[in-house]
Design a protein around this ligand. Structure first.
Ligand code: F6P
Length: 342
């Protein structure tokens, strides 16, 4: 059997660990051959491949990024996209495709498999942790660790100058990175996209923190919105899946806090540093297990499925279920964190 592998969407730590596990088990246990497609769905669309064998995956377990490259190319956007993908798969004699990606990449895999008979198995990745049907996506734990370390460091500089530090983290329309890193880092305010925030309330928390002679740290998710306002966008551009580029709410909020309280405020935007570098041990473990189970799903001809984490077990779920809706922060979980605000 010849199996194609691609990594699509925003990269995240752990992609290489999945590729390594898929290839190692696929070659050693099942005698499969592999073809790597470059840059997500652009690879099958343009028949752009790289050799993928045991040698190619040696030493990549701790490496961030992806040896296959990634992109946000959407093959369903171009008129002849499906035909071109099918032609490539036929030319390369691919009998099964493993798509490692988030909502968009797996959404394409779900349609290709459900409507066009392309035999796909999905693996859930994203630092945002916003995919339904899996308890966690790999990449998330690393991003939370990076954000937590940044918050730890910002505490000491904020205290030295007795100023407000606003930390903007990624996550798109889900507040998982903000909530987890904010709790782990002892933030005094955590703002998530799932609940609009009240700037007066934030200022009250900031003031109360200064009263006990500590400097406040405000963690804000890039998609968080003030009451009566909109999300702050980086620019007007949309990617090929129609997503806007978020970022800027941290800067806006720091200015607003400064204006209303008279306190000095600064912003740190963590940006892509949250996605770069070596994966945490948890992400290596999760990504490796996802890879091992994905190649087992191929062997079982269980196509149209995605591997998912449930508790400590890896299960298979329909790809369509995994991409049907975003997994966002439950209000009760956010409520729990509020005991630390102010
Ligand atoms: O989905 C992962 C993510 O890092 C989001 O948190 C963020 O909004 C987006 O990708 C950034 O995208 P880009 O890589 O196109 O800047």
């Amino acid at each position: 059997m010849r199996v194609g592998v691609l990594t699509g969407g925003g990269d995240c730590p752990g992609l290489n660990a999945v590729i390594r596990a898929v290839v190692r088990k696929g070659v050693q246990e099942y005698g499969y051959d592999f073809v790597g497609f470059r840059d997500g769905w652009r690879g099958p669309l343009e028949n752009d491949t790289i050799p993928l064998d045991i040698r190619a995956v040696r030493g990549i377990l701790p490496r961030g990024g992806t040896i296959l490259g990634s992109s946000r190319t959407n093959p369903l956007k171009s008129e002849d996209g499906i035909r071109r993908v099918k032609d490539t798969l036929a030319k390369q004699e691919i009998e099964a495709l493993i798509a490692i990606g988030g909502e968009d990449t797996l959404g394409v895999a779900a349609r290709l498999s459900g409507e066009y008979g392309i035999r796909c198995v999905g693996v859930p990745k994203t630092i945002d942790n916003d995919l339904s049907a899996t308890d966690y996506t790999f990449g998330f734990d690393t991003a939370v660790n990076i954000a937590t370390e940044a918050i730890d460091r910002l505490h000491t500089t904020a205290e030295s100058h007795m100023r407000v530090l606003v930390v903007e983290v990624m996550g798109r329309h889900a507040g998982w990175i903000a909530l987890h890193s904010g709790l782990a880092g002892g933030a005094n305010v955590i703002l998530i996209p799932e609940q609009r925030f009240d700037v007066d309330q934030i200022c009250a928390w900031v003031e109360s923190r200064f009263k006990i002679r500590y400097a406040p740290i405000v963690v804000v998710a890039e998609g968080a919105m003030p009451k009566g306002g909109d999300a702050v966008l980086k620019d007007d551009s949309l990617d090929s899946f129609g997503h806007v580029r978020l970022s800027g709410i941290g800067e806006w909020l720091a200015k607003e806090i400064e204006r209303r309280t008279g306190k000095d405020a600064r912003t740190t935007v963590l940006g892509h540093v949250q996605r770069g570098g070596t994966p945490s041990a948890f992400d290596r473990w999760l990504a490796t297990r996802f890879g091992l189970h994905a190649i087992d799903a191929v062997r079982d001809q269980h196509f149209g499925t995605m591997v998912a984490l449930r508790g400590t077990n890896i299960v298979r779920v329909p790809l369509a279920d995994a991409t049907a809706r975003l997994k966002t922060v439950d209000p009760s979980e956010y409520e729990e964190a509020k005991v630390f605000f102010g």
